[in-house]
Ligand binder design. Structure first.
Ligand SMILES: O=C(CO)COP(=O)(O)O
Length: 250
């Protein structure tokens, strides 16, 4: 089961976070290539920057790659940073910006996230802009307003070539998944905000859900009318789980 036939093709976006060496990444790509058949969902692997080049060579055709973060700067004296031009040259299609782990551990503000998204777009990358509330916000019942405010700030000056991922922080890596209804509530609200900004183009944009997605819940979540795919952490590391999720989406 996938999102409505009129909507965009379902995207299974895999966020490896800080896992796998370049050698392990290449082996993973080869393992996937041995089993992969193009199906209903599109697949993209967001790997650590150092692994991207080798991974792309090993992956089967039709599977995209992306970065997990990008500098807001063009080039120059920014030790340790990766530029959008570098990611594009390494054949990336996507880059995650504003993941909750970057916001929490690296102090990234909405304005910084928007600057990264603009820089990604300037180099032909599609930013996957992450938003989502923490447990305290959810318990106060303010999750919709909080997430939409974060979204508006994170899309400042960003055009419609964008993917939005709703990742409630309390569901990330906790095994505590939002229900399909929770995911749809926010995805619909996000769609409304995208419509205000981009008009009818919003209907063709992807809104993903992320947070403890795995083979046994991916289909019900991605089957919601406004959910066009998933951003997957833990279950993206094993080829078996990825194939399981792809099978569930057929
Ligand atoms: O943060 C996530 C993807 O970006 C979600 O991680 P988990 O799938 O491990 O909960």
């Amino acid at each position: 089961m996938t999102a409505s036939p009129a909507g965009p093709r379902t995207l299974l976006a895999l966020n490896w976070k800080m896992n796998k060496t370049p050698t392990e990444a290449r082996a993973w790509g080869r393992e996937l290539a041995g089993e992969y058949r193009r199906g209903k969902a599109e697949v993209a692997v967001m790997a650590p920057a150092i692994s991207l080049y080798g991974l792309k060579e090993a992956l089967p055709g039709g599977v995209d790659i992306g970065g997990q973060d990008v500098s807001a700067h063009e080039s120059g004296a920014y030790t340790g940073e990766i530029s959008a031009a570098m990611l594009r040259d390494a054949e990336c299609t996507y880059v995650i910006v504003g993941h909750s782990e970057r916001r929490e551990y690296h102090g990234e503000t909405d304005a910084a996230v928007a600057a990264k998204a603009r820089q990604a777009q300037a180099h032909g990358l599609t930013p996957i802009v992450c938003v989502g509330e923490g447990l305290d916000v959810r318990e106060r019942g303010e999750h919709v307003a909080y997430t939409l405010a974060q979204l508006r700030g994170s899309l400042e000056g960003v055009d419609e070539r964008v993917v939005v991922a709703y990742e409630p922080v309390w569901a990330i890596g906790t095994g505590r998944t939002a229900t399909a209804g929770d995911a749809e509530e926010l995805a619909a609200a996000i769609r409304g905000a995208l419509r205000e900004r981009y008009g009818d183009l919003a209907d063709g944009l992807r809104v993903l859900y992320g947070g403890s997605v795995k083979p046994d819940n991916v289909a019900s979540i991605c089957g919601q009318p406004n959910v066009n795919g998933a951003l997957v952490g833990g279950a993206s590391l094993g080829v078996g789980d990825v194939l399981g999720m792809l099978a569930a989406l057929e």
